[in-house]
Design a protein around this ligand. Structure first.
Ligand SMILES: [Zn+2]
Length: 215
């Protein structure tokens, strides 16, 4: 997402607007000016000169970036699951490899990866792209991967009355790869099982087989 050419400032503290796409999360409470001031302080604190040419626009740029990364903080990702279709289909629905980028709330560093979502409908199905919308929006807030995984699973179980939900998330955490223990290539895997996928070993094995299938 980029800075939109059709920005429509509403007030001084919240003059960021992205595309007027209702599917895009929007967080109007982001205070860009306060972020800019804070970034200037950080630059000075690490020994930089915030007024040198290369850094002049950095605080504003970082502020817009945070506004984008945290755009999902105040929105309800479940709104994407409001429109459902009645279908007799009662077998597994699986969407694999939904890429996302989120922000680790412990270090404010990105973690990026893929989510795999499966559910067992109970007469109601949802547009497949909506599952990706949910992931996208839940990811756009200060996060930990464990909570992201559970939030997505709970939303789908709740809003679709799904008989079973399986969410598996795999991602690489910058805070693991570029600082601290510095382990590039390490992968963090989390899963949340609900309903039949939690209670029935056969159903769980089936869905995990589909998620892990190569190719
Ligand atoms: Zn971290």
């Amino acid at each position: 997402m980029h800075e939109s050419a059709t920005e429509t400032p509403s007030n001084g503290s919240s003059d960021h607007r992205f595309f007027a796409d209702p599917n895009e999360p929007r967080n109007d409470s982001v205070d860009l000016k306060a972020i800019e001031a804070a970034v200037r302080v950080i630059l000075g604190a690490v020994g930089e000169d915030p007024d040198r040419e290369g850094l002049l626009e950095t605080p504003a740029r970082v502020a817009r970036m945070y506004a984008e990364m945290f755009a999902g903080l105040k929105s309800d990702p479940g709104r994407h699951l409001a429109k459902v279709f009645t279908e007799n289909y009662d077998e597994i629905v699986l969407v694999r490899d939904i890429s996302f980028c989120s922000m680790c709330e412990h270090h404010l560093l990105p973690f990026t990866g893929k989510a795999h979502i499966a559910y067992l409908p109970s007469g109601k199905v949802v547009g497949l792209s909506k599952l990706a919308r949910v992931v996208e929006e839940v990811a756009r807030r200060p996060q930990v991967q464990e909570r992201l995984t559970q939030t997505v699973a709970d939303l789908i179980e709740d809003r679709l009355s799904a008989r079973g939900v399986a969410v598996v998330v795999e991602s690489t955490h910058s805070c693991m790869t570029m600082r601290g223990v510095r382990k590039p290539g390490s992968l963090c895997l989390t899963s949340a099982m609900r309903g039949a996928f939690r209670d029935d070993p056969m159903s769980r094995a089936e869905v995990l087989g589909l998620i892990n299938r190569v190719g």
